[in-house]
Design a protein around this ligand. Structure first.
Ligand code: CAA
Length: 261
């Protein structure tokens, strides 16, 4: 794709093989209109297939990661259209990427913005970041997984509080609750996200993909089935050159040279 033609995103690939995607719709606090999601899907699909990219970081501005789905775009839509076109279905694509995704969040992550961050594999937040599901305040409910993913990461009580009152919760509280992996001073949010993504991009691609798949299985399966799935993938890593290389390098006290990255 021609990244110079993107209207709502800024895109670059760092020397560390990290695909950096910056939501760039400042006038609307990065409200996520359909066109933006379409661009995001295109870019992340491309990066997932690009050998020069090992991990992706999605970020916004200092003021807003994203203030939600575009309210003005959807407000007058009739039920027949919203339901008939399955509005928001395309958002789920991001959660199906095979390479690791990191959300670097400063400022507002509200509604669809919070849901987009939760679709990433991990969230790194700045101290002033604010998370919330304020849909209830505008007469609707979360529509991109908010009610489901919040419960799984922060538990029922806090998820209920957030979804039923629409009140925003700060980064530190979300760290304690388990939504966020790490809280940083605002100016270090993106550098830290890039550092972590760079680390993942420096490792064996097939092994990182297998690991992500195994962790994600915890969302979908029973403990017994999940542990079995993990065990099978673990066994499968022994069919890769990179498992042999990684363990040989350890034994020989040298740095591994991954074949597949
Ligand atoms: N959709 C469309 N436009 C939005 C927007 C949104 N979600 N959020 C902000 N904007 C626009 C504002 O309309 C405003 O535009 P104008 O200058 O043209 O009026 C501009 O961004 C700046 O916003 P504010 O003037 O409101 O800035 P503020 O600092 O006073 O307030 C805010 C910031 C608290 C984030 C406030 O903008 C806000 O409450 N936004 C809406 C948050 C929300 O309800 N999100 C959920 C959306 S529904 C959803 O996401 C459904 C889903 O599950 C996917």
């Amino acid at each position: 794709i021609d990244v110079s033609k993107l209207e709502y995103l800024k895109v670059e690939v760092t020397p560390e093989k990290v695909g950096l995607i910056t939501l760039n719709r400042p006038k609307a606090l990065n409200a996520l209109c359909e066109e933006l999601i379409e661009e995001l899907n295109m870019v992340t699909r491309d990066m997932d297939e690009d050998d020069d990219v090992g991990a992706m970081v999605i970020t916004g501005s200092d003021r807003a990661f994203a203030a939600g789905a575009d309210i003005k775009q959807m407000k007058d839509r009739p039920f027949s259209e919203v339901s008939g076109r399955n509005m928001f279905a395309p958002w789920a694509e991001l959660s199906r990427r095979r390479k690791p995704t990191v959300a670097a969040v400063n400022g507002f992550a509200l509604g669809g913005g919070c849901e987009l961050a939760m679709m990433c594999d991990m969230i790194i937040a700045g101290e002033t970041a604010q998370f919330g599901q304020p849909e209830i305040l505008i007469g609707t409910i979360p529509g991109c997984g908010g009610t489901q993913r919040l419960v799984r990461s922060v538990g029922k009580s806090k998820a209920m509080m957030m979804c039923l009152t629409g009140e925003r919760v700060g980064a530190q509280e979300m760290l304690t609750a388990g939504l966020v992996a790490k809280v940083m001073p605002a100016e270090e949010t993106l550098p830290e996200a890039l550092r972590l993504a760079g680390k993942m991009a420096s490792l064996s691609r097939p092994i990182v993909a297998a690991c992500k798949e195994a962790v994600n299985a915890a969302y979908e399966t029973t403990l017994d089935q999940g542990v079995l799935f993990e065990r099978r993938l673990f066994h499968a890593t022994f069919a890769t050159e990179d498992q042999k290389e990684g363990m040989s390098a350890f034994s020989e006290k040298r740095a591994p040279e991954w074949r597949h990255r």
